[in-house]
Design a protein. Structure first.
Length: 67
């Protein structure tokens, strides 16, 4: 996504820890005070959802972000 921003073809939400370095290195503008409703999604291949590591991760995600 940052490549689109750097090329002038888009904009992106970027983690704070990355923003300042990228802005200074590539003369990007940081827009402050703008709120954007977003949705966070987690996906996995359906045929792999029962593998132990994936099942455990999905269980933890569900416990933390269940609505």
């Amino acid at each position: 996504m940052l490549d689109l921003v750097k090329s002038g073809a888009g904009f992106s939400l970027v983690r704070d820890s990355i923003t300042l370095g990228e802005a200074h290195a590539h003369a990007l503008t940081i827009v402050e005070g703008v709120t954007v409703p977003t949705q966070l999604s987690f996906i996995a291949l359906a045929e792999r959802k029962d593998e132990p590591a994936i099942a455990a991760a999905l269980k933890l995600i569900d416990a933390q972000w269940a609505v």
